[in-house]
Design a protein around this ligand. Sequence first.
Ligand SMILES: C[S@@+](CC[C@H](N)C(=O)[O-])C[C@H]1O[C@@H](n2cnc3c(N)ncnc32)[C@H](O)[C@@H]1O
Length: 396
Amino acid sequence: MSDNKKTKQRTLGQYMTTEEVALDMCRYFKTDKASWRVFDPTCGDGVLLEAAARVLLEHGIPINKIHLVGFDIDFEMVEKAKARLKKLGSDESPSIELRHCDTLQVLNGGLFATDELALLSNINIVIGNPPYGKNLEVRFFEACDRYFSGRAELVFLLPISFADAISDTAFTLLKGRPLGVTTGHVIVHHYCGKPYTQKRQKESLDQVDGFRVLSGVKLYAVGDGIPPQTGETLKTKPYSSEEYSPGWLPCLRTGDIKKYSYAKGRLWVKYGDHLAHPKELDRFDGPRLFVRRVPIWADKSLGATFIEEVALCAGDVLVIKHATNDPELLRGLCVFLNSPEVSDYIVEQRPSVGHRDSFPKISAKDLARLFRHRIPAPEALRTLAQDYPQKNDKTN
Ligand SMILES: C[S@@+](CC[C@H](N)C(=O)[O-])C[C@H]1O[C@@H](n2cnc3c(N)ncnc32)[C@H](O)[C@@H]1O
């Protein structure tokens, strides 16, 4: 793929739905097929519109009764969709209207979009796989819900994280990674205008009861660090090694951390400016917890351990420090974090974390939310600290 194509793929979210998933999505609509008037707000190369047409043909709807409308912000995509949907036509043609436009602008009251808006007047089926990230999937969902309120049924293919942002919509998890990308997916079925709940997303990362959640060190990222890292840095990994060298520090990764214990020595790092995200070293010193970002699901435990000696941790591990470096409070918190109650709470708040096919990791925000709403009082933490296994509180 050329660099230009890759950039477009990333900025416009051009990850196409497979034909199989597209056909599957069509099965969710309840509206009588004889009356379908289909709209894809981000039609790409037309795979969803084609799938809708094929389903209608299979159900005996005559081709000249098929009505498809598709918009895409990328002119090339619109041309591809035209070529693809042309193949549907035989002697008689379906009605196909494809436009090159910004759908969010159109749906949110684009002043000069009268032509596009006219095409939407009798739509009752909205099918889509909008771009993801920067809340775009939610913005497309909201815009369609509002514009087609009371008159259309909507089926969207969305990232699993949508389930974290919106509740009271019906969604089905897709198994595995049918689109070949790391994000897990859900198929959302919704009647436009039906009330749904937007969950609060922002959680402040301020200290809660003196606890602070910090991230591990990011070793490699092109362009970061001083001097900026290059592709060569990524390939040769000059600042990390599986062998110890004098002055280098141990660095723990998720796999090195268990419930109440850890093993160091698999990775050594030369700490310095060249690291992708240099952090103040004090987060890796003194009493603290290391918490796996991929919990130990079989145990229903976050997999947290208390640590006191100097050791770094990588980005797949979170660090929890306490303002007064109180080891007892930290041990109590560790027992709390390793309890099933905490895993359940995190998944309840952000269901995608529990979807293991796509390896979503817990974040500092998840812990901040937990702290804000569920953290036991300091006296209770001191009592919990008594359950911290005494002997394991060091390298295993
Ligand atoms: C994930 S792709 C899906 C394409 C196709 N519907 C499919 O399912 O394979 C998202 C599409 O949205 C288009 N897009 C991104 N932002 C848009 C916008 N504001 N208005 C219209 N289309 C947009 C991209 O060009 C891309 O083709």
